[in-house]
Design a protein around this ligand. Structure first.
Ligand code: FES
Length: 110
């Protein structure tokens, strides 16, 4: 018997920090995470049957940082500012439409 997922969508933000080495934390990851949390709450998307915003450590795609990944679609994003996060929330997390212009290219790894 199948059952619906506890969360409809789950977004993980890499907040990894490294000394003297490139990592998402140096590129505004925490601010983006905080903003996303705030937007998801304001849109009343948070919680069971909705959206969960989680912190993650290194997701091993540092060259594209800051990065986040949305499940169950497994879509990877690289973003620059709050407007990008707003678009991911509105388009993908709320309406299931992938924001193609922010999708991380498959060739980008660590
Ligand atoms: S430091 Fe963010 S993906 Fe590695």
């Amino acid at each position: 018997m199948s059952s619906p997922s506890y969360y409809q969508r789950h977004i993980f933000f890499c907040l990894n920090q490294r000394e003297n080495e490139n990592a998402c934390a140096q590129h505004g990851a925490q601010e983006a995470f905080d903003h996303c949390k705030q937007r998801v709450k304001a849109e009343k998307l948070a919680g069971k049957g909705g959206v969960r915003v989680n912190k993650a450590g290194c997701l091993d795609r540092c060259a594209g940082g800051p990065v986040a990944v949305v499940y169950p679609e497994a879509v990877w994003y690289s973003f620059v500012d709050k407007a990008d996060i707003d678009e991911i929330v509105e388009s993908h997390l709320k309406n299931g439409q992938v924001v193609e212009r922010l999708v991380l290219d498959d060739s980008i790894g660590r």
